[in-house]
Design a binder for this molecule. Sequence first.
Ligand code: SAM
Ligand code: CA
Length: 221
Amino acid sequence: MSNKTFTLADDLYAYLLSVSLREDALLRQLREETARDEMSRMQVAPEQGQFLALLARLCGARRTLEVGVYTGYSSLCVARALPADGRLVACDISEPWTAIARRYWRQAGIEGRIDLRLAPALQTLDGLLHDGEAESYDFAFIDADKENYPGYYERALRLVRRGGLIVVDNTLWSGRVADATQRDPDTRAIRAFNQQLHADQRVDLSLLPVADGLTLALKRP
Ligand code: SAM
Ligand code: CA
């Protein structure tokens, strides 16, 4: 996985950041703190966080979902893009990583918009469906364990309204999806998921070479 736009040469990537990234001091601090963690490569790229915020704004999102919080960079970006009464249901299984996220949500003054659910995300999403929340979300971001992507996607597709957007991360997987010699479980899972989405007529589709590959699936009317 990659937490920069890996398809760009370093000098062009630096240029892109220099003329488009508007990362503020709090997000930078979170990125610097996370960089000390051995799993920091899991964090979304900064230009990707900014893009997720723009997408949430573009679809007028008020009710949103996130599967895979880690230390909170993407959730902070999206939650700040919501109106004051907006809501983000944030799913993760890690108490220590999300404790860092909660600290930053609090500092940003948006903790009240975020409903953190510490449980396997399939269970949380099934609970939302059971509670009658189908078709009530505007935006969902999927960025957790890759083998469960089909399960997260199917549930998110039921939870978002028609015209709602599902964004899925790591769909280019550092290029390994296009290398037939790579046969590890995560690469195979992402390849199969990408093929499944390609054939899925319930959504309009675009796979962008942003960060580690970002797939947009817009639920059709
Ligand atoms: N979006 C995050 C960010 O902005 O930095 C990065 C998320 S990281 C790639 C994946 C996260 O998924 C980890 O925090 C991990 O604990 C979580 N995760 C793994 N398996 C999970 C599961 N079954 N249910 C919920 N979360 C899970
Ligand atoms: Ca990711």
